[in-house]
Ligand binder design. Structure first.
Ligand code: IMP
Length: 183
């Protein structure tokens, strides 16, 4: 299905650029303390986690390696298809390594639970998941990310890496998309 979006399809700004910046810096400082002597692999889940990742790692001052993985379950829809496909695997061998997985948002929690199983099968030494946003009403508590920036309600949001049908990733804030766009 081809989708066309307009620039003014954001109904309201949920998180400003400033709010996001402050929170991401706090998270970066905390992670630096936690991983001071560990040299973790910090892996962004593409494409949604890419903007958050680049700001987060620049707020961290410990040694680290970068990696990028890609999983997909949404296509052009606003609800998960329930089927996770691994589109790009790690470049690094992750056995015995400390991993920090950086995601844009945890919604149903399916992606996160798939990734955790996958990473332990690959014998990672430790895994934590860090998400900018947590849709706390949409998954059981045990699927909350280890660390997250903001709890949000069940609205479809875009910006700061998050998209609808590929649009809006470049917005510097997080906004709620007008429901008419996807209904
Ligand atoms: P989950 O598997 O349902 O937790 O969803 C994970 C992925 O779905 C996220 O990494 C996002 O790419 C996408 N997603 C979930 N909710 C939203 C949203 O509100 N806006 C944009 N993408 C979303």
């Amino acid at each position: 299905m081809s989708v066309t979006c307009e620039k003014n399809d954001v109904e309201y700004v949920l998180l400003t650029e400033d709010q996001i910046k402050k929170r991401v810096e706090e998270m970066g400082r905390k992670l630096s303390e936690m991983y001071e002597d560990k040299c973790p692999i910090v892996a962004a889940v593409l494409k949604g986690g890419s903007v958050f990742f680049t700001d987060l790692v620049r707020s961290m001052d410990c040694l680290m390696f970068f990696d990028f993985i890609s999983v997909s379950s949404y296509g052009n829809d606003v609800k998960s298809s329930g089927q996770i496909i691994m589109r790009k695997d790690f470049d690094n061998d992750i056995a015995g390594k400390d991993l920090i997985i950086v995601e844009d948002i945890v919604d149903s929690g399916l992606t996160l639970s798939y990734l955790k199983d996958f990473l332990y099968e690959r014998k990672a030494k430790s895994v934590i998941t860090v998400a900018l946003l947590n849709k706390y009403n949409c998954h059981p508590k045990d699927l909350n990310p280890t660390m997250y920036g903001f709890d949000i309600e069940d609205n479809f949001v875009v910006g700061y890496g998050l998209d609808y049908a590929g649009y809006y990733r470049n917005l510097p804030y997080v906004g709620v998309l007008r429901p008419e766009v996807y209904s």
